[in-house]
Design a protein around this ligand. Structure first.
Ligand code: 13P
Length: 255
C-alpha cells in the first residue's frame, strides 16, 4: 500500500480557467526535479480536462474538489465519481468545511459520497474533518472529530487495496494565515487514528489510510510539520497558488 508522503493543492474557486492552465504548466515543469512522494492538484471542474492534458499522465496527479453520490442520473449540475475518474482524477476531496458551510453538505451526504467513491476503482477519497473555533474553545474537538469520522465511515468496508486519505483541517486555521501548533496537529491526528482504528481496526488503518493536515500551511511553518509521527502529508490552499511557494512547501514535505 502506498504510504508515501503526499502534498495536495486545493485551488478552490480561486483561479479562472486560464490561470489554472498557467499554474498547471508551471507545476508540470518545476516539479520535474522532485521524484519522491506524491503531488496532487485539484482544479475547478471546468479546467479539469485541460489540466489533464498538461499533466499528461506524468507523476503529478489530478483530483476533484467535490463529487456527487450517484454515478448517473437526473442530478442537474452534479459530477459523479465515475465521470471524475473518466476525466483523469485519481483523488477527490469530500466534505470540505467550505462545502459543509456554503452548500450545506451534511453528514448523510458526506457518508453517501464516501461510499460511492469507495466503489470506484482508482479513485481515492480525501475526507475532510475538523472542528470550528467555538468547538475548540469549549474542548469539544476530540468529540467532533470522532463524530465526523463515524458519520463519514461507519458501516463501510475498506477493501484490501483501497487507499483512503483523511485530512484534518481545523476550520479556524483555514485561510487565517495562522496554522495550528504542530504538537496540537499531532494530537488531533492521533485522535483521528484512534477513531479510525475503532471503525476499521488497526491493521486496516495502518495499511490503507494516510492522515494529512490542512490549514494555512506556508513556506515558513511547513518545516515544523514534516517530522510529526502521525502526519503523512498536507492539503494546501492559499500556499499552492504561487509556483515558488508551492514548490518550497512540496520540497519540505516530499523532497
Ligand atoms: P489554506 O491553506 O488557504 O488555509 O486552505 C486550506 C484548505 O482548506 C485546503 O483544503
Amino acid at each position: 500500500m502506498n504510504k508515501d508522503h503526499i502534498i495536495i493543492a486545493n485551488w478552490k474557486m480561486k483561479l479562472g480557467i486560464n490561470e489554472t492552465i498557467e499554474l498547471a504548466k508551471k507545476i508540470k515543469d518545476k516539479f520535474k526535479k522532485i521524484d519522491k512522494g506524491e503531488v496532487v492538484v485539484c482544479p475547478n471542474f471546468v479546467a479539469l480536462m485541460e489540466v489533464k492534458k498538461i499533466l499528461n499522465g506524468g507523476k503529478i496527479k489530478l483530483g476533484g474538489q467535490t463529487v456527487f453520490w450517484e454515478n448517473r442520473g437526473a442530478y442537474t449540475g452534479e459530477i459523479s465519481p465515475d465521470i471524475l475518474a473518466e476525466a483523469g482524477c485519481e483523488y477527490v476531496i469530500i466534505g470540505h468545511s467550505e462545502r459543509r458551510k456554503y452548500v450545506l453538505e451534511n453528514y448523510e451526504m458526506i457518508h453517501k459520497k464516501v461510499k460511492t467513491v469507495l466503489g470506484i476503482d482508482n479513485l481515492i477519497p480525501i475526507v475532510c474533518v475538523g472542528e470550528d473555533a467555538k468547538e475548540r474553545k469549549t474542548d469539544r474537538r476530540d468529540f467532533v472529530l470522532v463524530d465526523q469520522l463515524q458519520e463519514a465511515f461507519g458501516g463501510l468496508n475498506i477493501l484490501k487495496n483501497q487507499q483512503v486519505i483523511v485530512a484534518y483541517e481545523p476550520i479556524w486555521a483555514i485561510g487565517s494565515g495562522v496554522a495550528i501548533e504542530p504538537s496540537e496537529a499531532e494530537y488531533a491526528h492521533k485522535i483521528v487514528r484512534l477513531a479510525l482504528n475503532d471503525i476499521f481496526g488497526m491493521q486496516t488503518v495502518d495499511n490503507n489510510f494516510r492522515i494529512i493536515y490542512g490549514g494555512s500551511i506556508d513556506t515558513k511553518n511547513v518545516e515544523n510539520f514534516v517530522d510529526l509521527e502521525n502526519l503523512d502529508g498536507v492539503l494546501v490552499g492559499g500556499g499552492s497558488l504561487d509556483i515558488d511557494n508551492f514548490y518550497k512547501i512540496a520540497q519540505a514535505i516530499i523532497g
